[in-house]
Design a protein around this ligand. Sequence first.
Ligand code: 13P
Length: 462
Amino acid sequence: MNTIVRLDLGGAAQIIFEAGDITEQQTDAIVNAANSSLMGGGGVDGAIHRAGGPAILEECRRIVARDGHLPPGEAVETTAGKLQASYVIHTVGPIYRDGLHGESSILASAYRNSLRLADRLGLLSVAFPAISTGVYGFPAEGAAEVALGTVIDELAMARNVRLVRFVLFSPAMLSTFIQAAIEQQQRREATGWNFTTTTQEEFNPRKEKEAMMSRKKIIAANWKMYKTPEQARQFMHEFMPLVKDHKRDEIVICPPFIDIATVSELANGSNIEVGAQNLYWEKEGAFTAEISGEMLVGAGCKWVIIGHSERRQYFGETDDTVNHRLKVALEAGLAPIVCVGEVKEERESGITEDVLRRQCTRAFAGVSARKAARMVVAYEPVWAIGTGLTATPEMASDAHQLIRREAANVFGEEYAQQLRILYGGSVKPENAHALLSQPEIDGALVGGASLKADSFSKIVHW
Ligand code: 13P
């Protein structure tokens, strides 16, 4: 019998502690610390590396040939060879001397970068053996403290990763990590955390994954063509304190281009992420007044709205240009919010389904599920935008189900189950709860009601 301790962090994130051999288990990614084939100077190959077979070693050699040795604290992925995971994430931890040579910060960076990489890959779960504990002489308590502190902070920010498993090689190490988790709870005065202990024959990754499939909601503001940089600054000063402890949902603000730098600077290190309202599909060149994905990333954007109905209506956006923009946004590492939605006449003549289907298939053409991991879709019925008319929660749910089916056709069922579909169109504090409590509605894209700190914060707290 295996003892499993589960820590529910509130919101959607969980940490599982268990003793066992990670090479025999199924998970989305296994973190392999201190891979000698990626480090300068050698060392022993880890059990994960050996169990995965020569394919991983080959990939590691190619990485070193291409990029050189992996610096301590960085992370790269390879496929998982013979292991059951989808990826192995390789990182190089510190060699512990006396603790005074920055060992803790390198260890934190190894955990942080591994988790961020998993998140960029769109993975739901990551499993860590107790990296650097024992192997490099890092005192177990110290390592557990650094590991847990980092993982808890990262989980609060992660977009995709919801479950981190610590699979430890001995019962003593297991208790050290559990003790460190209890200390974190006390230090953070985290009242919403919940520990449960169960015994199981073996870990059931399939069931675990199903349970984790619930999607974290996103509350996004689309400011359209409102606010000068000074007004944006004013908004952030009012808004940030109102949502500073909010972890349940992701918060995104998409200001006009000219305000992005101001908003990103103020949001830096907070629970608020920044997006743009459009991007161009060329990398650079003589394209007066256009903005590239790389420029957006450089200005602090993580998100970008694509194909908003106002772009389609007034600026000649088509399904094909949406598709071009989607591809470059993903290439640039941005999370695209692809907008679809029918106009009034289309709904009245009963062709809503055809329109949504066409918009989705054309937007997604030539994009793989793996590449599209960060994509989000926003259903915005055009007749509901800025009109005060809202789709009823049932109407929105129906449209979302149709979009999810379309995503399943293009990207597969597993992808579709994780895809987040937002609703947009006259979302206000008064109707936010009814809409957002629908399981099919994974968030909101808010126009008018996002312009005032007070009303947008009420929507965030739906
Ligand atoms: P309103 O919330 O003002 O209706 O706008 C919705 C929208 O277009 C968000 O992108």
